[in-house]
Design a protein around this ligand. Sequence first.
Ligand code: KG4
Ligand code: ZN
Length: 333
Amino acid sequence: MYVLGIESSCDETSAAVAELDGGKRRIAADIVASQIDVHRLYGGVVPEIAGRAHIEAVSRITREALDTAGIKLSDIGLVAVTSHPGLIGALLVGVNFAKSLAVANGIPLVGVDHVRAHIAAAYTAYEDLEPPFLGVVLSGGHTSFYIVDGYASFHEIGSTRDDAAGEAFDKIGRVIGLPYPGGAAMDRLAAEGNPTRYKLPSPALAGDTLDFSFSGLKTAALNLIHNAADRGEAIDRADLAASFTTVIAEALSKKLGMALDATGLKTVVVAGGVSANSHLRAAAQKVCAAHGVRLCLPPLSFCGDNAAMVAVQGYYEYLCGARAASDLNASAV
Ligand code: KG4
Ligand code: ZN
């Protein structure tokens, strides 16, 4: 079956065609129109601009995805669209577009949870991957652990109580003068710095919880930067990036180890935009090797927002009985 995926939850408009049948998982097209250059001027995503840019791009890139896949709209057996969570004005563009397309052409429709879709990105790279496994989502909006015990069955066992890892990377990146979004630039800068130079608090909450809190770490890093400026001293940006990244990598390692011990799961998927971070990927690899479990990391091109992951998760939700009608709505949470 050919599945058309549509993604518009934040600052990337994406349309993809996936060919999915039984064990077959083939991404025939994945077109991403990024708005990063526009939002960079403002140092962050401007919701109204995002919504407008999605409207301008969605029809064109859907056409492009169908052409790249070499198929017609009438070949599509399912339309899958991100319906939540995300920026409401941005989500509504994708949801209304997908709804019109599906209803007008008599194609079944499913609404997809963006966080679940991030995890589904791993199915595209690991043909034999199937639940149960431990799912870890590190993104601009989420830092969460899930027991994934079925393709459409997720149980959250840990999450951040405030900011997400991506927000923390972006905030500190911005304050030290890196272009938006700061995550990827922080990753490169951290490789050149001394990770023990600055002492920062761990975002791993103490005790046997699997929860995180990034607000304390963010504030501590900001105070360090501002206090140095008050003294007329320059902060070493690479050392700060390295120290900041290391404390996050250590927190992830600790909670990942605890989650594996608690669940006994033998496979881990780490996904989401922040899972592209080379230091966090290495940390996850180390923990999984020490626990003798299999680690599945989506390829870098599928870590950030894309519609291929939406098509894949939508397909499994559909197989599990999900159906959306013309009253499908978007939801920010
Ligand atoms: O999953 P995503 O594309 O969007 C959300 O669903 O939020 O994640 C975007 C986040 C941004 O905060 C971005 O800075 C971060 O992922 N990111 C990274 C890296 N690449 C992207 N963070 C750390 N290291 C990276 N290499
Ligand atoms: Zn995302």
